[in-house]
Design a protein around this ligand. Structure first.
Ligand SMILES: [Zn+2]
Length: 156
């Protein structure tokens, strides 16, 4: 099992977000969807699940791949943090549930993202949606360059 620093504001958040950004580089190329990486980390720094866009299926989003690896009954989710290189989506055409909706089916209380989704494909309000029901959302725009870089071809 992969472990690292216990999720916390500052260097630990940066460590795990960099891991998510590293994962985004594994995404199969796409001209119609962002390349994203996501990691779910327990309070003690144990990785509970991780994933990247289009890993198992062309429609896969990183957050849902990472959450697919997580046991929904794992009590550690109550103190876990989900790291995503991009803001979790709030609507999508290909699947019934957006990533923000999927996150809300878990007790994960804290989400850290590097880059707010730009309105290229859809207008995303994932961060607002999560905050509106009491989840903590931390943005680390200082790490967004790495996310823009892997998605540069989509930004024209
Ligand atoms: Zn999504």
């Amino acid at each position: 099992m992969t472990t690292g620093p216990a999720p916390a504001p500052g260097d630990a958040d940066a460590h795990w977000l960099r891991r998510a950004i590293d994962l985004s580089h594994r995404c199969p190329p796409s001209t119609t969807a962002f390349s994203v990486g996501a990691v779910v980390v327990a309070a003690d720094g144990t990785v509970l699940g991780e994933g990247h866009s289009r890993r198992d299926d062309p429609h896969d989003h990183a957050e849902e791949v990472a959450l697919r690896e997580v046991d929904p009954d794992d009590l550690r989710l109550v103190g876990a943090t989900l790291y995503s290189s991009l803001e979790p989506c709030s609507s999508r055409a290909s699947r019934p549930r957006s990533c923000s909706a999927l996150i809300l089916t878990t007790p994960i209380p804290r989400v850290v993202l590097a880059w707010r989704e730009p309105a290229v494909f859809v207008d995303c309000d994932g961060a607002e949606r999560l905050r509106s029901v009491g989840r903590t959302v931390v943005e680390r725009p200082d790490l967004a360059d790495g996310v823009r870089e892997v998605n540069a071809h989509l930004l024209g």
